[in-house]
Design a protein around this ligand. Structure first.
Ligand code: SF4
Length: 496
């Protein structure tokens, strides 16, 4: 017996032609008939442009177009994007689309882009062109931050059929009505400030570590950053739903989950919950052996969270905080919400509660306003704190950001020299941290590895260890002695 279900969603549709680039404010009614063999067939109708109510049209989606089709996925940028691409893949799989094998031409290609720097935009364009060249008959969908920020630029690339913005990203199936190549790409985006939806997503990195999206968007508007324009305001899943996702990971055999988001410490905006309660609820999920908090703003990493991690059953002694600059004057120009004194306190608090904790720190070099004196101040501050590794980013100008109003710009050569100075410092500290762990017995999760290659895993405090290939080690957490430093791998050797 068939059941009729009605799903209502709302979206603004934009056409690529600038003259038509205005929302038609459509409401989609999608009728889904679960039919024979559990195939979901959405044979939806011929009501073209039917006025149902004012500003409302009825659009029918035929899911049979997806049967026996294959798709390939390309992701640029952060772990959040990877988690979301994985959610898109699951959605298409439910509609009948299987993943194309390596080297096989796909019927649908989905490219999930990033726009964190100018270089990311460029890489996005290159990736789109390459995918189109290799899959000339495929229906090409481009989404992600670059598609949200520059939809017209993406639509102008020959061979792109559909451009979806941040709000539409996790509803790909709804926006494909046939798989024929289009003469002109269709663009569907929403104004960023209107983005409210949150679809939890989880992905497995190399089928070992899982990345669980707990939060999206950001309300901070740091002066150099375009992320709030690309991903919208801060929003999150409910603790209940996220715990369900963690149970799902257990069912799939996952042992470790990394919590991801844009500004995860800000968790709770939409559900009136808070981040520490999420951590406490996840800590109770039997079967997950450990969690990591991917990156958290220092002002949102409360002492209570640090104490909780220190006493928790499953949270790893591993923190990652964006410092961005070690000069208070530059932090002010960046409109960051903390100063160096607060950052120092957080590092000291972590090290007091968890002396063996790994602390990763993000730094941006060459932002507008970073004079030689400020950079020296920054370097001195960074040297004075007990971090384990730096992630160094070189500032690139982003249209529409407040930072462009700052007069002093750093030349490329100086940016390069500053980046090198910090990377050298990072290498030195990482070696020191690894050396401090030599001889300790730690818990290592060995990751999926191609047969015959050396395999690696990470300790709870994020020391990378290499071992000879042994399939029995894969996806198991084992007590392993941290051996000597391996110069070639820039990691430690595992001793059993
Ligand atoms: S906290 Fe600042 S840098 Fe981070 S996403 Fe938000 S605006 Fe961007």
């Amino acid at each position: 017996m068939c059941t009729l279900r009605l799903i209502l969603c709302k979206s603004n549709i934009y056409k690529p032609n600038p003259k038509e680039n205005r929302p038609i404010n459509a409401r989609f009614f999608v009728f889904l008939w679960p039919c024979l063999n559990n195939y979901l067939i959405c044979r939806v109708i011929v009501f073209s442009q039917l006025q149902f109510r004012q500003n409302t049209i009825l659009i029918m989606i035929d899911q049979s177009i997806f049967q026996n089709k294959t798709a390939s996925y390309y992701t640029l940028g952060c772990k959040l994007n990877f988690a979301e691409t994985s959610a898109i893949g699951r959605q298409l799989l439910q509609a009948g689309v299987t993943r194309a094998r390596k080297g096989q031409k796909a019927d649908i290609c989905v490219i999930n882009t990033c726009s964190v720097t100018e270089l990311a935009d460029k890489k996005g364009r290159q990736a789109i062109r390459k995918v189109i060249q290799e899959n000339s008959d495929a229906f090409v969908v481009v989404t992600g931050c670059y598609a949200q920020l520059k939809p017209e630029d993406v639509a102008a690339i020959e061979g792109v059929d559909l451009v979806l913005g941040a709000e539409q990203k996790l509803d790909v199936v709804k926006y494909i009505d046939d798989l024929h190549k289009k003469d002109k790409s269709e663009v569907v985006t929403s104004k960023t400030h209107r983005i409210r939806s949150f679809v939890p997503s989880v992905s497995a990195d190399d089928r070992t570590r899982y990345f669980l999206k707990v939060q999206d968007g950001c309300d901070y508007f740091c002066s150099f950053c375009t992320i709030p324009f690309a991903r919208g305001r801060s929003r999150n899943g409910s603790i209940e739903d996220l715990v369900k996702q963690a149970h799902q990971v257990v069912e799939e055999g996952g042992k470790e989950i990394v919590l991801t988001g844009v500004n995860i410490g800000d968790f709770g905006h939409t559900t009136k919950e808070n981040f520490i309660d999420l951590l406490k609820a996840l800590d109770e999920v039997e079967g997950i052996e450990r969690y990591r908090i991917s990156s958290i703003e220092p002002n949102l990493l409360t002492d209570e969270i640090i104490d909780f991690v220190a006493s928790s059953k499953r949270f790893a002694p591993h923190f990652h905080m964006p410092l961005q600059a070690g000069s208070d004057a530059v932090l002010k120009l960046m409109k960051r919400k903390y100063d160096t004194a607060l950052f120092r306190h957080k590092v000291e608090k972590i090290k007091k509660a968890l002396p063996h904790a790994f602390i990763g720190v993000d730094v941006i070099v060459g932002v507008r306003g970073e004079t030689d004196t400020y950079f020296e101040e920054s370097l001195e501050f960074i040297r004075s704190i007990d971090f384990s590794q730096l992630h160094v980013f070189t500032y690139s100008e982003r249209p529409g950001t407040q930072a462009l109003q700052i007069d002093y710009a750093v030349d490329p050569k100086t940016k390069h020299a500053r980046s090198k100075a910090l990377l050298d410092l990072s290498d030195e500290r990482l070696r020191q941290f690894y050396a401090s762990q030599q001889g300790e017995t730690r818990k290592v999760l060995f990751e999926h590895t191609k047969r015959g290659q050396r395999m690696h895993g990470f300790t709870e405090n994020y020391v990378k260890l290499y071992a000879d290939y042994d399939p029995l080690l894969i996806n198991r957490i084992l007590d392993v002695k941290v051996g000597a430093y391996d110069e070639d791998e820039m990691a430690m050797n595992a001793e059993f």
